[in-house]
Design a protein around this ligand. Sequence first.
Ligand code: GRF
Length: 194
Amino acid sequence: MKKLNGSNLVKTAVFISGSGTNLNSLIKFSYTHKSPIKIKYVISDNINANGLNIAKKFNIKNKFYDFKKNKNVEKKILGELKKNNIKFICLAGFMKILSKNFIYKFKGQIINIHPSLLPQYKGLNTHNRVIKNKEKNSGCTVHFVNSRLDSGKIILQKKVKILKKDTPKSLSRKILKEEHILYPKAILKIFSSL
Ligand code: GRF
């Protein structure tokens, strides 16, 4: 991570695929005086992602990239990020796996939020699996992104108790609430430790 100098906020892109509630909380955080980042770009692989509407509402540059149709999509995104001087990427519910080459180009500058207590329950459908296995706790994790899925260095985690009456849906709601608090905290931690 590059050192912050003076009042220079780190130009950040957020990658999304869905509802964008983490994006919303990151944007709100970025407007506070303690934020080390400024969100300049929102990128989505889903044209119908509500997160794109959130970006529009806050007048943040946003773009949809069709990963299915476009072979050189990562190259195009990298070009766009370079053009906009983006130095930091937050993945927030982004459902595509970025290539090794892409991650290398932004080495140590991409973070992700995952709805489990990593290294447990990497991958998809975490809440279903956690409930099925009768776990007592779950939670969320913010971590650096490396070339292995959900395996980069952990920055922060928050534990959430699972009650007997919890369903995957109720657990997901509880954890999502904590994600919105944890993600900004993790960003503060990264940049304050420089
Ligand atoms: C979150 O639970 C996140 O941890 C996971 O996908 C969900 C995205 O939610 N990777 P949102 O789009 O931020 O509302």
